[in-house]
Design a binder for this molecule. Sequence first.
Ligand SMILES: CC(C)(COP(=O)(O)OP(=O)(O)OC[C@H]1O[C@@H](n2cnc3c(N)ncnc32)[C@H](O)[C@@H]1OP(=O)(O)O)[C@@H](O)C(=O)NCCC(=O)NCCS
Length: 333
Amino acid sequence: MTIAITQATGPEHTRIYAYGAARGENAVPNDDLVGPIDSSDEWIRQRTGIVTRTRADADTNAIDLASAAAAEAIERSGIAPELIDAVIVATISNPKQTPSVSAIVADRVGANPAAAYDVNAACAGFAYGIAQADALIRAGAAHYAVVVGAEKLSDVVDPTDRSISFLLGDGAGAAVVGPSEYAGIGPTVWGSDGSKADAVGMNHTLVEFRDGLAPWPTLRQEGPTVFRWAVWEMVKVARQALEAAGIEASDLAAFVPHQANMRIIDEFAKQLKLPDTVVIGRDIETTGNTSAASIPLATHRLLEEHPELSGGLALQIGFGAGLVFGAQVVVLP
Ligand SMILES: CC(C)(COP(=O)(O)OP(=O)(O)OC[C@H]1O[C@@H](n2cnc3c(N)ncnc32)[C@H](O)[C@@H]1OP(=O)(O)O)[C@@H](O)C(=O)NCCC(=O)NCCS
């Protein structure tokens, strides 16, 4: 007969305790980028809503940005760093393929020896990380988790690329997740479509670069393809996340979509029929698209500018390279 072993279980509910943020040190205006792509400040503003994007100093990397954001989230949460036993960093900007960003961040913020791992889900990474932190805690695999989205995309931009480079910024956003008396993180609607892997991602491999067969790999996208997919398919995912949480769009206090393009954000708001009372994250205007960092950065800013949102419901949805997507409703701390 099999000897019975103990299986872990955790608390019934989880919630987000606090957010933290770190942006690249420099505001880079459109005019600094338009020359090599034969574009204009006006075109970029009209087609994307971006006025400036934040980019980090040469000697600041994704680990630095992630550590700063995580440290602020932990400080604001009131949870002692040594009680954090899971650190999840969503990123496509690890300076090295290994070791992970997360293990170094865990050590730097005082959470050593927390379980630590990176998630590669591009612009859906933060929503994936929240899904995992919620599940790990409710399963008893962790007590308190820090979820970070961190990117230094300026290292993988080609100044002559018209498809994506001018959209991208650097930054990190973080959230502390822990046990709760009430349901603070709704069911996650997530998935992927690898048949569209070529729609957005790196244009070359590191091996091709090493062998002199290609220049330094940088990001590229089929803009209109991704735009249409985001507008048509992601609105359905957003609706599913509302339905899974058992709420209507009119119950939301805030909507925080991935900051990919202001026109996509406006189209979401229209199709979801968001009432004017719903505050919408529009951090893209001054931060640009920071992939995994975009949702927590936009949420952090909303809470700074509208402290009355605290305790309200926010719908967040991330989507990007993979293709991958993830959405859930959360209660704002
Ligand atoms: C990249 C993006 C801003 C391009 O905008 P768009 O409106 O789709 O632009 P198009 O590619 O259809 O091009 C329209 C025109 O602008 C021109 N154009 C394209 N990129 C340009 C640029 N960077 N600067 C100036 N002109 C540009 C095109 O040549 C085209 O000119 P034409 O009408 O004379 O042929 C937009 O497609 C986008 O944001 N896509 C989705 C991004 C996203 O969600 N990514 C998620 C993963 S992070």
